[in-house]
Design a protein around this ligand. Structure first.
Ligand code: GCV
Length: 834
């Protein structure tokens, strides 16, 4: 009776989250047709585990859960190898003892697994084995993935080993429950200064990570609160570690380098001070007493205002080693971030260059870091921009451990509001050959420690999942976490393989869904690049603010160093050795030679590496200025296409996720137009060169709100001017205002597009009336990252199928709320289907 109740509860639990996105790629949707018949015919009735501790126990639970979902059958759980066919879970050692006759002795590297069919006395055993229990669990997830993908599992002999030992995610969660650059809701770990009372979400996150082979997670912001290391917080860290442990995910914490002084009461945090070293040691000992499997620390020092060794004129190696030595006796690792740069650089000096910083700070210290210290290097030299070359630091550390840091959370990629499939971009970096030492050395091999035979290395991904039901605030963004984990296990997978797997697991096996989603995801990086920063421009967003909307000049004339140097004559950062900052000289000669010369520099990186006139002709035959115009129009058009393509999936994707993805893509389509118009207008104004195709500055059917009849609305300048059409908007300071015009076109069917501003500080309401008839109403309730009139709040409402007659009055009424003034930018009236 009791077990029946447990089963009922488990099934109810499974239904509770059905199709909200919560289960992500672990939905275990029922397989159908011939595949179902085949799998059911070959599936044994028993799953045996030879060790009842986690993570093997978690693996057995997962197999039972997964197979019940996929096949509708619930396997019997046993602790011994039965005389009938069974799935058998156990390490090689355990199997050697329980079934020596199977001779499964071949060594496997840590975390690698082996799926092997063994026939013994007429029974068929599907063996899931590994050298360690975590590997057994990875094997169980792999089995389930194979079945869900329709791959045969009745005659197996498949080994898989992770490419690198370090496969970690970082979370930038603050102790108050907020997340720096998190777009999927508040922290699953922290609330009001302590670990959340209910850590169910943490355990479920561990399960998602385990399914990908991710084996570590740092649980707090690298802009670390020193209080995290206070004695009172250690039980909190231990509780979080306990929630992740069953899934083989070890916890790490980010620490503040000034902790010995701020928290420990010492008068210094000088890394060469004996008292400081003793403090770190005592703190590490205290932590390891409570969390013996703590993975280590992450440290951001001397960067963006964080304390670091420079104050004592010490090196990064001094800083890393004092902490690493405290962790070493416990087997812990210290991740020292390579993201060190001066954000007060003199922008007037053409030789200054933030891109040089990581290499300049670290390459001279190669060989001085302890063996448990790891330099964590962002994929590119700036900061997760839409197109950056691989960081030259990867090739410059031969005697130091390194990992590559990738950003899964979409800080500079439209946050949760845009779909951008990042594995495609990561692949470009991971596969890029830096030719370190002359030989072929792709970034993935350098980061994993293979090239220079380092003891460790691998991948760190900044994930920032949150409490939103679908973890990221955007269903399609889940593919980025999936892709990160899959690439960390096997960076040789192609983007297409990853996206096809993910789509099938996440949305089911309908070929139309699979094809459509794959096409959207695979094109999305280039599309996003096209409308936000082509040719290596990067940094056209509001880099001193929310990193979301357009602000072409925000990166200029300040110390942050994300300069693109666009002026009336030309654009791009001169990073050549001959005339520029010398950054290109940080690369091994083969790469440096190719990039130094305009003749061989790839178009995609041109403006990252060179300053050229707008009339410079690219390899693709266009001038730079025309490429900038064209790519923005192509990008905006492509996103509009995504929304149309998604609509063809109505009825093929479950209702809620269909609706939510459609809303996201339609919003993105509008936002891509905002980007297109703002960037192209800015460059046209600045360069004085017209668009050869006549699109920029000419918007058929567009009526500026400031030129309409206004009842109550007042005209305001928008700053920066490119963020609003015509540089102006209208705002309402009364309870209600309206803007109207008389339609002067021909009678027919039209689409109306209302461009309005949806700030975060209120929920304004809008209504639209045609010839006295109210035909639409909506509210400005998206949670966009701004409280002002700008491109981040600029949003589009599209009303299809409107019958207009000459002389019709079209009236938009706005009702402000809170600090949000129900602002309008323009109305577009375009013939239907245009
Ligand atoms: C956690 C960028 C982000 C910061 C982040 C920093 C880092 O600058 O905008 O929010 O800080 O990178 O990676 O440390």
């Amino acid at each position: 009776m009791l077990s029946k109740l447990i089963l009922a509860a488990a099934l109810a639990g499974a239904c509770l989250h059905a199709e909200t996105g919560y289960d992500a790629w672990l939905r275990y949707q029922s397989i159908e047709g011939a595949l179902r018949v085949h799998v059911r015919a070959t599936l044994p009735a028993v799953v045996t585990m030879l060790n009842d501790a986690d993570p093997e126990a978690a693996a057995r639970g997962e197999l039972i859960r997964g197979l019940r979902g996929l096949t509708g059958r619930t396997l019997r759980a046993e602790g011994r190898i039965p005389r009938e066919s069974a799935i058998v879970l156990g390490t090689l050692d355990e199997l050697g003892r329980a079934a020596p006759q199977w001779n499964l002795g071949a060594p496997l590297p840590e975390d690698g697994y082996w799926l092997k069919t063994v026939i013994d006395h007429g029974a068929r055993y599907t063996v899931v084995t590994a050298s360690n229990p975590r590997g057994v669990m990875y094997g169980a997830f792999a089995m389930l993935r194979k079945i869900a993908l329709g791959e045969p599992v009745d005659s197996l002999d498949e080994r898989s080993t992770p490419y690198a030992p370090i496969r970690w995610v970082n979370q930038w969660d603050n102790l108050d429950g907020s997340i720096e650059r998190g777009y999927g809701g508040r922290s699953i770990f922290w609330e009001n200064g302590h670990a959340r009372a209910d850590l169910t979400r943490v355990a479920d996150y561990g399960r998602l990570l385990a399914s990908l082979g991710v084996n570590g997670c740092s649980i707090n912001n690298v802009n670390a609160n020193p209080r995290l290391l206070a004695a009172e917080m250690i039980p909190d860290i231990a509780r979080i570690a306990a929630a992740l442990r069953p899934w083989g995910v070890r916890v790490a914490v980010a620490v503040d380098f000034a902790s010995p002084k701020i928290l420990g009461g010492l008068d210094t945090f000088d890394p060469l001070d004996a008292g400081v070293a003793a403090w770190w040691k005592q703190k590490a000992d205290e932590l390891y007493r409570a969390i013996p499997d703590l993975a280590g620390f992450v440290l951001k020092a001397d960067s963006e205002g964080r304390a670091g060794p420079s104050i004592y004129h010490r090196t990064h190696a001094d800083a890393a080693n004092v902490v690493a030595r405290a962790l070493a006796p416990h087997g812990g690792l210290l991740f020292y971030r390579g993201f060190v740069y001066d954000h007060h650089m003199d922008w007037r000096n053409p030789k200054n260059d933030r891109a040089r910083a990581a290499y300049d700070n670290f390459h001279g210290l190669d060989g001085q870091f302890d063996s448990n210290a790891v330099i964590q290097i962002k994929n590119g030299p700036i900061d997760f921009q839409v197109r950056e070359p691989a960081s030259p630091l990867f090739a410059a550390l031969e005697k130091t451990n390194q990992v590559i840091e990738l950003q899964i959370t979409q800080e500079y990629f439209g946050q949760a509001h845009h779909t951008v499939f990042l594995p495609r971009m990561w692949k470009a970096t991971l596969d890029f050959d830096l030719h370190a030492g002359g030989a072929s050395t792709p970034v993935k091999a350098l980061a994993a420690g293979k090239t220079f035979h380092r003891p460790t290395g691998g991948f760190a991904g900044v994930a920032n999942v949150g409490l939103d039901e679908n973890w990221f605030g955007n269903h399609l963004s889940q593919a980025n976490l999936y892709g990160f984990g899959r690439l960390a296990w096997d960076p040789d997978l192609t983007s297409r393989q990853i996206v096809e797997e993910w789509t099938r697991l996440t949305f089911g096996g309908d070929p139309k869904v699979d094809g459509t989603v794959a096409a959207i995801q695979l094109g999305s990086w280039r599309t996003y690049e096209n409308y936000t920063g082509p040719l290596g421009l990067q940094g056209l967003t509001d880099i001193t603010g929310n990193h979301y909307g357009v602000n072409v000049e925000a990166s200029e004339r300040n110390g942050w160093g994300q300069w693109h140097r666009a002026d009336e004559k030309g654009v791009g950062m001169d990073r050549t050795v001959a005339t520029g900052t010398g950054y290109i000289g940080q690369y091994p000669p083969t790469v440096a030679r190719a990039w130094e010369s305009l003749a061989t520099c790839p178009d995609d990186l041109l403006l990252f590496l060179h300053h050229v006139p707008y009339t410079y002709v690219l390899h693709d035959g266009k001038t730079v200025i025309q490429y900038l115009y064209d790519s923005h129009y192509e990008g905006a058009e492509a996103v509009a296409g995504y929304a149309h393509q998604w609509k063809t999936l109505a009825g093929l994707v479950d209702e809620r996720r269909y609706r939510e993805v459609l809303a996201q893509l339609e919003y993105q389509a509008g936002q891509a137009v905002v980007w297109r118009d703002a960037v192209t207008e800015w460059f046209r104004r600045t360069s004085g060169i017209a668009d050869a195709r006549g699109r920029v500055g000419s918007y058929p059917g567009r009526f500026e709100a400031e030129a309409m009849h206004l009842d109550g609305y007042q005209v305001r300048d928008v700053v920066p001017a490119e963020d609003a059409s015509g540089g102006k908007a209208v705002v309402c300071a009364a309870a209600e205002c309206s803007a109207w015009l008389q339609f002067a076109g021909a009678a027919g069917w039209y689409t109306l597009r209302v461009q309005y501003f949806d700030q975060r500080n209120g929920i304004s309401r809008y209504r639209l009336r045609v010839a006295g008839q109210w035909i639409d109403e909506w509210q400005a309730d998206l949670l966009l990252p701004t409280v002002t009139l700008d491109s981040s709040s600029s949003t589009r409402r599209v009303i299809h199928g409107v019958a207009l007659r000459p002389g019709d009055e079209i009236r938009i009424e706005g009702r402000p709320d809170g600090g949000e003034p129900a602002a309008l930018d323009y109305l577009e009236i375009v013939p239907e289907n245009q």
